[in-house]
Ligand binder design. Structure first.
Ligand code: FE
Ligand code: FE
Length: 276
């Protein structure tokens, strides 16, 4: 486990540093702590196209561990996400806040389940991966960086920024090639997408795979890499983001009380153990 993956103090859950925030106060990176800046500096310097492809070869065979979904949530619970300026709550709190907000709005059970599992790919941090290779906003590698990517100035020190093949608008891709053919920066989104792919309906899989792709779902960038299927399904990614982001304003959920409901939901869609 790398040193910066835990703060070792889950007991801080009784205070809520995000309570009372307005929508425009979330994801404010200008005033973000130094740890967030250092996180994105490392992320933007090291996430090259070659790095992404190597991580896909390393992890997408899903031969690292088998876990029940709820056990994976508990396993993840020691992690504090250095890229997130908005919350000091635990991972299981964030997962339950997200899914409970989705449930309160009457959305279908598979949508709730997407909320519950969307960050489970962060178990990569517990297997020795540095946070810059797991969390934070994702972006396409192999083509020009959008200036709307968070803290984009740190791309200047990414080796791909000096490779002319990768610095045109399309780079290695074709117009409207479809996001499935694009190597986004490696992280928990792509990993949990592959873990859940056999089990959840396509809109849920889009939510998992692209929930950190803020340049696209927030800023509208990179639409020329999308195909018709991406464009038709994209509204689910945007809808999901409202819950992932703004549910952080709610109080700490009661995991013990909620567990039976979500265990039943997990059983409906997932087998007893899932390959990670
Ligand atoms: Fe996430
Ligand atoms: Fe999340």
């Amino acid at each position: 486990m790398s040193e910066n993956t835990t703060n070792g103090s889950p007991s801080s859950g009784s205070s809520h540093p995000t309570l009372g925030k307005k929508a425009e106060d979330f994801r404010s990176f200008d005033s973000a702590p130094a740890r967030v800046h250092e996180f994105y500096r490392l992320n933007h310097v090291h996430q090259t196209r070659a790095f992404v492809q190597a991580k896909k070869r390393q992890y997408l065979a899903l031969d690292h561990r088998r876990m029940a979904v709820w056990m994976a949530l508990e396993y993840l619970n020691t992690l504090v996400d250095d890229s997130d300026p908005d919350t000091e709550l635990s991972q299981i709190d964030h997962s339950l806040q997200t899914t409970e907000a989705i449930r309160r709005d009457g959305h279908p059970d598979w949508f709730q389940l997407a909320g519950l599992v969307h960050d489970l790919g962060k178990v990569l941090c517990l297997w020795g991966e540095p946070q810059w290779a797991v969390v934070g906003d994702t972006f396409p590698t192999g083509c020009a960086y959008s200036p709307k990517i968070v803290l984009a100035e740190y791309f200047n020190d990414n080796p791909d920024s000096r490779d002319p093949r990768y610095q045109t608008r399309l780079g290695v891709y074709e117009e409207n090639c479809g996001l499935d053919n694009v190597d986004l920066s490696w992280g928990h989104d792509e990993f949990i997408y592959h873990v859940a792919r056999p089990y959840l309906p396509e809109p849920a899989l889009y939510m998992l795979r692209y929930h950190s792709f803020y340049a696209a779902h927030r800023e509208g960038e990179y639409s020329y890499l999308m195909d018709d299927r991406d464009r038709e399904t994209w509204h689910w990614v945007k809808t999901f983001n409202q819950y992932d982001l703004y549910s952080k304003d709610h109080a700490k959920p009661d995991a013990t009380a909620l567990r039976p409901y979500y265990e039943a939901l997990i059983r409906k869609y997932f087998p007893a153990e899932v390959r990670f």
